[in-house]
Design a protein around this ligand. Structure first.
Ligand code: PEP
Ligand code: MN
Length: 335
């Protein structure tokens, strides 16, 4: 059970509610995010007197949620969440959002060339890694601090919205001002301090599914962000580790309808990391549009053969341009 306090609840009111629950014999955990205070109630040998609890000053809502994930659940919020990123709305009832760009921004010239091409293809949101979580410390790590200024430059030149990844609290601080959406990648899905930092932000967050995470774990990770008071969360299926080695990861497209059943949050699909090979990306992008994804994130490079990261899975500019109208046709047909 959750007790949600009003955003204007005073410390005395918060304290009184905690005391009421403890005296009734329950254990209580208080969220320590930056949003309104929430109590999660556990244990107890009898039912909590909900009627009395509801009447306590400062209490906004009492929600009995049976699943382990709470704030991200449909039970908690039946209506679909729609997240606004730049000029684009992502979520149920909206046009399928396409986010495209290189795995990494490598230089101003490379970023600008890809930005102009994706804009030409009709896309309004661009991706590009500045801080890159790489498996090996000897692989390209992104432009890092000296790449942050690119966001303002690209935005000025193209008017696109930008999605880029924060790998820790420090990079989050640096990217927050200029990014339109901050990505938390698969490797950081359970970096709880980073999730808390995202919860304190009011920027939309793209939370990618960890490579061995269940959907329950993904939604509990989203709860960290929501508990901080940031309701602008979009989930991303990007493939999971399985015994299969014909693709880089196994793209679990069934996650899309299942997440939509479990949660009110929008969900997008990343067929680039999901397959690892450019030749399979179009088929899985179309499949994502067909199975009800709210968006698709695709890696696109002006020169995939010489990309500093993930070249094998990047579409070249022409292949991407040819794919966009096909994605739109499938999304329209699947509505
Ligand atoms: C990425 O989107 O660049 C990325 C690193 O993805 P993931 O976290 O899904 O591996
Ligand atoms: Mn990548």
């Amino acid at each position: 059970m959750l007790i949600l306090m009003k955003s204007g609840a005073t410390p005395v009111e918060v304290e009184a509610v905690a005391r009421f629950v403890l005296e009734a014999g329950f254990r209580v955990d208080k969220s320590n995010g930056s949003g309104p205070v929430m109590f999660s109630i556990h244990g107890g040998s009898t039912e909590l007197d909900v009627k009395r609890a509801k009447g306590l000053p400062g209490v906004a809502r009492i929600a009995s949620i049976k699943t382990a994930y709470k704030l991200s659940s449909r039970e908690f919020k039946p209506a679909d969440t729609v997240v606004a990123v730049g000029n684009v709305k992502i979520g149920a009832g909206q046009k399928l959002a396409v986010i495209a760009g290189p795995c990494s921004f490598e230089s101003s010239a490379q970023a600008l060339e890809v930005a102009r091409a994706v804009k030409q293809a009709g896309v309004q949101l661009m991706r590009g890694g500045i801080y890159k979580p790489r498996t090996s410390p000897f692989s390209f790590q992104g432009l890092r601090d000296k790449g942050v200024g690119l966001l303002a430059e690209l935005k000025r030149e193209t008017g696109l919205g930008f999605v880029t990844e924060a790998v820790d609290e420090r990079s989050f601080d640096l990217l927050e001002e200029h990014a339109d959406m901050i990505q938390i990648g698969a490797r950081n899905m359970q970096n709880f301090e980073l999730l808390r930092r995202a919860g304190r932000s009011r920027k939309p967050v793209l939370l990618k599914r960890g490579m061995s995470a269940t959907l329950e774990e993904l939604l509990m990770a989203a709860d960290y962000i929501l508990a901080g008071g940031n309701e602008q969360v979009v989930l991303c299926e990007r493939g999971i580790k399985t015994f299969a080695s014909h693709t880089r990861n196994t793209l679990d497209l069934s996650a899309v309808p299942v997440i939509k059943h479990m949660s009110h949050l929008p969900v997008i699909v990343d067929p680039s990391h999901g397959t690892g090979y450019a030749r399979y990306v179009p088929a899985m992008a179309l499949a994502a549009a067909a199975c009800g994804a709210d968006g698709i994130m695709i890696e696109v490079h002006n020169d995939p053969k010489h990309a500093l990261s993930d070249g094998a899975q990047a579409l070249d500019l022409a292949a991407f341009g040819a794919l966009v109208p096909r994605i739109e046709a499938v999304a329209t047909a699947a509505r």
